[in-house]
Design a protein around this ligand. Structure first.
Ligand code: F6P
Length: 323
């Protein structure tokens, strides 16, 4: 192993910079050359490379976003695009890639490696926490903390005005952010894509809460929740309970930014380090993850096809504690 390329792709996540830093410095420690690829797979196709050394990743462990920039490359999804990317790897003597991102990133990496034999090692970086093979993904903890900070503030105003708030959090296909931020902020109800919810159930929850004298409520809705859009949920609730004063708040991309939490910095450092160690051991087409506090490698195929189950205890806790 002589030269590694590192890139970030797909939705950015706080802690990606800490992962880049760990890859670059671990490579340097083991005397492996490292280049940064700017703009994800688009940069790989265009040969937008920059030589990286220990000093080029100074003062970034605390920064949100990604210094290498990110993109969702349509061209890399085509055979022609991947061929161009391969030619760039050959021209720059890159024999392995560390790809930091989520399932889209890994799908591309796997295809590329199968077609051209370039070694690839995935590092899970997405706020959604929806990657199999790791207990947590880089960025998830920070996003949760950003979400609860915002929801706590919404609670202040919800209480003052005796209002019902529907707060939408991110999670295109997964309810991890919604379930955990909902429990952490004492939400009355939490709607997630993994669980079949009905309007009747939600209305029943409202009715019970009202009977107990509750005057304001927060319902957390995961972006990927299937029942109805967050605005429609609010509309239907108003039709059912005309007296309710209802507001909607979509937290959106603030959840993707900000300084990474301690947990995310440590996780990213472990996974970036682990990625280089994995490549040195000759591994390819695997993703580095942390499970039960151990570094583990999972086939990328599994990482993108299997799913982490929602913890049933958490579902029960959210129901029992909401009154
Ligand atoms: O993949 C992470 C995520 O935050 C999803 O929860 C969300 O649906 C998506 O990114 C939005 O990404 P973008 O606005 O960059 O397309």
């Amino acid at each position: 192993l002589k030269k590694i390329g590192v890139l970030t792709s797909g939705g950015d996540a706080p802690g990606m910079n800490a992962a880049i830093r760990a890859v670059v410095r671990t490579a340097h420690y083991y005397k492996i050359e490292c280049v940064g690829i700017r703009g994800g797979y688009t940069g790989l196709i265009e040969g937008n490379f920059t030589k990286m050394g220990p000093r080029s990743v100074s003062n970034i462990i605390n920064l949100g976003g990604t210094i290498l920039r990110s993109a969702r490359s349509a061209e890399f999804r085509t055979p022609e695009g991947r061929k161009k990317a391969y030619e760039q790897c050959v021209a720059h003597n890159i024999d392995a890639l560390v790809c930091i991102g989520g399932d889209g990133t890994f799908t591309g990496a796997l295809k590329f490696s199968e077609e051209f034999g370039i070694k690839v090692l995935g590092v899970p970086g997405t706020i959604d926490n929806d990657i199999f093979g790791t207990d947590f993904t880089i960025g998830y903890d920070t996003a949760l903390n950003t979400a609860i900070d915002a929801i706590d503030k919404i609670r202040d105003t919800a209480t003052s005005h005796s209002r019902v708030f529907f707060v939408e959090v991110m999670g295109r296909d997964a309810g991890f952010i919604a379930l955990n931020s909902g429990i952490a902020t004492g939400a009355l109800d939490i709607l997630i894509p993994e669980q079949k919810d009905s309007l009747e159930q939600m209305f029943e929850t409202f009715e019970k809460a009202q009977k107990r004298g509750k005057t304001s409520s927060i319902v957390i809705v995961a972006e990927g929740e299937q029942l109805a859009s967050t605005y429609d949920l609010a509309k239907k609730t108003k039709e059912k309970f005309p007296d309710y004063d209802i507001r909607v708040s979509i937290l959106g991309h603030i959840q993707r930014g900000g300084a990474p939490s301690c947990a995310d910095r440590v996780l990213a450092s472990r996974l970036g380090f682990g990625a280089v160690i994995g490549l040195m051991k000759g591994l390819t087409n695997v993703m580095a993850g942390i499970r039960s506090n151990d570094l583990v490698f999972t086939p990328i195929e599994d990482a993108i096809t299997k799913h982490n189950e929602i913890n049933q205890d958490l579902l029960q806790i959210s129901e029992v504690l909401a009154m």
